[in-house]
Design a binder for this molecule. Structure first.
Ligand SMILES: Cc1cc2nc3c(=O)[nH]c(=O)nc-3n(C[C@H](O)[C@H](O)[C@H](O)COP(=O)(O)OP(=O)(O)OC[C@H]3O[C@@H](n4cnc5c(N)ncnc54)[C@H](O)[C@@H]3O)c2cc1C
Length: 386
């Protein structure tokens, strides 16, 4: 391999840019190919768990990202009338040695990654570059060759389609609507989730009095996905879930059907590796998709910086990532089943079980997800944001 090896990264989302940054910190040259005409993220919030923050620390962005977000310090689970089903889980999590969950706007996370790459002549970011095909020996669209190609092109990855033709994406049968809003009324709002009968919603305070909310329901016909449908559906729910919908404009509401990728047997093929949703798109119920993409970036760069042939280095990445991403994809899938329960009796039983569950169980579950640590020596050598 050349002294300054070259990675071609397909996709300029969180996974792609984080991988570019992780590789730059190990002196790789990177080219990012993004099909959109600009690097941009949808206008929603994102929760980052301590594992993601550890990955961002390795990338030199931890302090900056923490300063743009808000720590979830209070909240838990409620029923749709607002009756608490749990104690203050978020407070317990925030008191953990590594802290709890940070919430921020996605665009701030993407901007932090983009800014850290800006002005570096070893980084090429090409927008409006939709990749159609990749070969296992790292040639993109028959023209651009890298020492490796990284597929960071999301749920419907073209890289995965080319080299993992049997991979299967399946619907969860649910649709999510997301928005960021602000209410005139400044009542204190905690974070957490609210579970109804077949529908559920979540709420997280953001800096400057803004709120991130999501609403999930069974798949509804495309034509019904407009704002009035959601306003009506969640109208009887507790404050401020309906109020945020009532104050939203149609273009502020982002609706997506929720899909997951059937777990892959391997994340690598020859000189090609997958990261992020291309590798392990999962339901959002654990809030781990982007967190894992950040972990992938750090681990892939560390593996590629080790000795030996590129294929062997990538196999090292595969070995270290597969068990964790399989475990969390499964857990995320399971975590999506309980809130989607819709029968009256089953819902009542579920809510009683939640009430009876000690807080310590939630804390242990949280730690079991957030228990990732960067590989030794993963700090790279280049400072970002001073
Ligand atoms: C409702 C919902 C809530 C979520 N909440 C959270 C959360 O709170 N915390 C969390 O950690 N995760 C969350 N996730 C998951 C998270 O959004 C994803 O896991 C994460 O965005 C994946 O990042 P990525 O870079 O792998 O893929 P993407 O964000 O999909 O980026 C892929 C990029 O590749 C580009 N691209 C696609 N095809 C091509 C091509 N052929 N050529 C070139 N470029 C291409 C796309 O334009 C895009 O920019 C949530 C997901 C959903 C649906």
């Amino acid at each position: 391999m050349a002294a300054n090896p070259h990675a071609v990264i397909v996709g300029g989302g969180i996974g792609g840019l984080a991988t570019a940054l992780a590789l730059r910190r190990r002196s790789w040259r990177v080219t990012v190919l993004e099909r959109r005409t600009s690097i941009s993220e949808i206008g929603a919030g994102i929760t980052l768990w301590p594992n993601a923050l550890r990955a961002l620390d390795v990338l030199g962005l931890g302090p900056h990202v923490r300063s743009r977000g808000k720590a979830l310090v209070s909240g838990g689970m409620r029923d749709q009338r607002g009756k608490w089903l749990t104690g203050d889980v978020m407070r317990e999590l925030a008191a953990q040695p590594d802290g709890g969950i940070l919430v921020l706007e996605r665009r701030h996370l993407l901007a932090a990654l983009q800014d850290a790459l800006a002005g570096d002549e070893q980084v090429g970011i090409r927008v409006g570059a939709a990749v159609g095909g990749v070969t296992a020996d790292a040639v993109v669209d028959g023209a651009l060759r890298g020492d490796v190609v990284i597929g960071a092109d999301g749920l419907n990855s073209a890289v995965r389609r080319a080299l993992w033709p049997r991979a299967e994406v399946r619907t969860t049968g649910m649709v999510a609507a997301r928005l960021i809003g602000k209410l005139e009324d400044s009542r204190a709002v905690g974070g957490g989730e609210t579970w109804g009968r077949g529908d559920y919603a979540g709420l997280s305070p953001l800096p400057e009095g803004r709120l991130y909310a999501y609403y999930v329901t069974r798949r509804v016909p495309e034509a019904s996905r407009a704002l009035p449908w959601w306003q009506q559906r969640f109208a009887p729910w507790h404050y401020p879930l309906p109020q945020l919908l009532a104050a939203a404009t149609p273009d502020e509401l982002l609706c997506h059907e929720l899909f997951e990728l059937v777990p892959l047997d391997t994340l690598v093929c020859g000189h090609v590796a997958l990261v992020g949703d291309a590798a392990h798109a999962m339901t959002p119920n654990l809030g781990q998709g982007a967190c894992l993409a950040l972990e992938d970036a750090v681990e892939l760069a560390a593996a590629l910086d080790s000795g030996g042939a590129v294929e062997d280095r990538l196999r090292g990445y595969d070995r270290s990532r597969l068990p964790r991403v399989h475990r969390l994809a499964k857990r995320s899938h399971t975590a999506g089943l309980a809130p989607a329960v819709s029968g009256r009796t089953l819902t009542a039983i579920r809510n009683t079980l939640i009430r009876l569950t000690p807080l310590g169980v939630s804390v242990r579950a949280f730690r079991g997800v957030a228990d990732w640590n960067p590989p030794a020596g993963a700090a790279g050598d280049k400072p970002a944001f001073g």
